[in-house]
Design a protein around this ligand. Structure first.
Ligand SMILES: Nc1ncnc2c1ncn2[C@@H]1O[C@H](COP(=O)(O)OP(=O)(O)OP(=O)(O)O)[C@@H](O)[C@H]1O
Ligand SMILES: [Mg+2]
Length: 232
C-alpha cells in the first residue's frame, strides 16, 4: 500500500510533526498506518513511549529503522498496512535515498523562508536524480509548515510562485503554526486526545491536519496531476 516519505535535508522544518499528525488523521478514519522512524534521534519512538496507552491500535510505530533495514521495513509494512509513512533525518544520507526510491509520494515539508526554499530545491533535485536512476516518476510535493498569518501572506505566495515556476508542485493546504502540534509531540497521544484545557483550540489543529491529509490523499489518488514541471 502507498508509501509516503517525509524528506527534507534541512532540520526542523516539520517532517516529524507532519508525518505524525497526518498518520493520526488516517488512523482516525480507520486506516492502518505503519510509521517508520528512520531518524537516529528517534523522535517518533520517543513520542510513542511518552504515553503508550494513547498510541492508537491501528498505528504501528516501527523504531530503529536504519540504512540497512529501511527497504525491508518499507516492503514488509506495505504488505500489512493501508499506508506506510517514513520519517527521515534532517540530512541527506543513504536511508533518505533508499526511502525516496521506494516512495509512492515524497512530501517535502518546508517553512516559509528563502533559506528553506533553497534547501528544498536541493531535495527536489535529489528526487529527480532518483527518478532518472530508477526510470520512474516519483510523485512529490512541497508542504508549507508552521505557517502563520505573519508569514502567510506575501512571502509565502512569492515562494510558492517561485517553486511552481520551476515545476515544483506545492500542496494547496498548509500545516499552520499551532500549539496543539507542539503539545502532541511533547505529551504523547494524538491530536484527538488533546483537550481545550491543555492547549488552545485543538479542534482547529485537527481540522487543519485533516485538510492537509485530504490533499495528500488527493495527490496519491492522482485527482490532481501535478506534472512536477514535465509532461505526464
Ligand atoms: N505546524 C506546527 N506548529 C507548531 N509547531 C511546529 C509545527 N511544525 C513543527 N513545529 C515545531 O518545530 C520543531 C521542529 O519540528 P519537527 O521536529 O517536526 O521538524 P523535523 O523536520 O522533523 O526536524 P528534524 O530535521 O530535526 O527531524 C518542533 O519543535 C515542532 O514542535
Ligand atoms: Mg524529525
Amino acid at each position: 500500500m502507498p508509501t509516503i516519505v517525509f524528506a527534507n535535508s534541512k532540520g526542523g522544518v516539520g517532517k516529524t510533526t507532519s508525518a505524525l499528525a497526518l498518520a493520526q488523521v488516517l488512523v482516525r478514519s480507520n486506516a492502518s498506518v505503519a510509521l517508520l522512524d528512520a531518524d537516529p534521534n528517534q523522535p517518533i519512538k520517543a513520542w510513542a513511549s511518552r504515553d503508550p496507552s494513547r498510541v492508537p491500535g491501528l498505528l504501528t510505530v516501527v523504531p530503529d529503522v536504519s540504512e540497512s533495514s529501511i527497504l525491508d521495513a518499507i516492503d514488509r509494512e506495505a504488505q500489512r498496512n493501508a499506508f506506510v509513512f517514513v520519517d527521515l533525518e534532517g540530512t541527506a544520507n543513504l536511508a533518505v535515498s533508499y526511502a525516496i526510491g521506494r516512495a509512492d509520494v515524497v512530501i517535502v515539508p518546508m517553512r516559509g523562508s528563502q533559506l528553506d526554499a533553497d534547501q528544498t530545491t536541493r531535495v527536489i533535485a535529489l528526487i529527480q536524480r532518483e527518478e532518472q536512476a530508477y526510470r520512474r516518476r516519483i510523485r512529490h510535493a512541497v508542504l508549507f509548515t508552521a505557517t502563520s498569518p505573519a508569514i502567510r501572506s506575501r512571502d509565502l505566495a512569492h515562494l510558492r510562485q517561485e517553486l511552481e515556476a520551476n515545476g515544483v508542485f506545492c500542496l494547496p493546504t498548509e500545516l499552520t503554526e499551532r500549539a496543539a502540534f507542539r503539545a502532541m509531540m511533547q505529551f504523547g497521544g494524538t491530536l484527538y486526545d488533546l483537550s481545550g484545557a491543555e492547549v488552545h483550540n485543538p479542534e482547529a489543529a485537527i481540522e487543519n491536519a485533516e485538510a492537509v491529509a485530504a490533499a495528500v490523499i488527493d495527490l496519491i489518488a492522482n485527482k490532481k496531476e501535478p506534472n512536477n514541471g514535465r509532461a505526464a
